[in-house]
Write a protein that binds this ligand. Structure first.
Ligand SMILES: [Ca+2]
Length: 237
């Protein structure tokens, strides 16, 4: 039997399927996507938005998997030139919690090679195109809610890269309109942080946790930013 393996020269030759990439924010990895109000570390979350850009997807091709090659010997491919990755890469801000309820925010849609996706990397996107009345203006991530009955806001301006890995080593099986999900777990985002200690140093009734915040809270912000990568994983809806 002749082998049909060839060297690829950049063009995706693997069979494609339509698929979608979205994002969601949940209280913890074990919580179901119920609409129960999200509360973590003494922080009752009412809004969560994140900006994304420059998505890079890694997968094991379906044809290689069905050929029975063991995962350890397989080459991880990048979905460059695929419609889903291009669509997902455009700069956008998506709303994941609104009025205390989680929802799925669409990041991209399009054709992509069939296979098992193990990793989706992206960069945070700091919104500059919106106007100053948009809560996301000049921010790459924004969480608002209440701490001890006071209005509270956490935000970042960083455009750091985040690599979301699948929880299983075999990855997310993508075929026939699969929806991949970047899942933000709030308990991991706030791990090691006691939001109850956040200060309203300037006494204006709002607790602000962000770069150059008039309230300080720099240590809390640094911890949340360093938690970001472990707080996001790749899942299937
Ligand atoms: Ca304040």
């Amino acid at each position: 039997m002749a082998s049909c393996s060839k060297d690829d020269d950049g063009m995706p030759t693997d069979p494609q399927t339509q698929a979608k990439l979205s994002a969601v924010a949940v209280e913890s990895g074990s919580s179901s996507s119920s609409s129960a109000r999200v509360e973590v570390s003494g922080f009752a979350v009412s809004q969560f938005s994140v900006g994304t850009q420059d998505v890079d997807m890694k997968y094991y091709a379906e044809a290689d998997l069905t050929a029975g090659i063991s995962l350890g010997d397989l080459q991880l491919k990048s979905a460059v030139n695929a419609g889903l990755q291009s669509s997902s890469s455009s700069k956008k801000s998506v709303v994941l919690i609104s009025n205390g309820e989680s929802k799925f925010g669409v990041i991209g849609e399009g054709g992509t090679p069939e296979g098992n996706y193990t990793e989706v990397a992206f960069k945070l996107y700091k919104s500059t195109e919106s106007n100053a009345n948009d809560p996301m203006y000049q921010k790459s991530l924004l969480i608002t809610g209440e701490i001890n009955g006071k209005l509270a806001q956490v935000w970042t301006e960083s455009e750091k890269s985040i690599r979301a890995s699948s929880k299983s080593s075999t990855g997310v099986d993508v075929s026939e309109n699969t929806e991949m999900v970047l899942q933000f777990e709030l308990d991991k985002l706030f791990a090691g942080v006691n939001m109850g200690t956040a200060l309203d140093a300037n006494g204006d009734g709002r607790i602000e946790i962000g770069p150059n915040s008039p309230d300080g809270n720099a240590a809390i912000l640094a911890k949340i930013e360093s938690n970001l990568e472990t707080a996001v994983s790749l899942n299937k809806r």
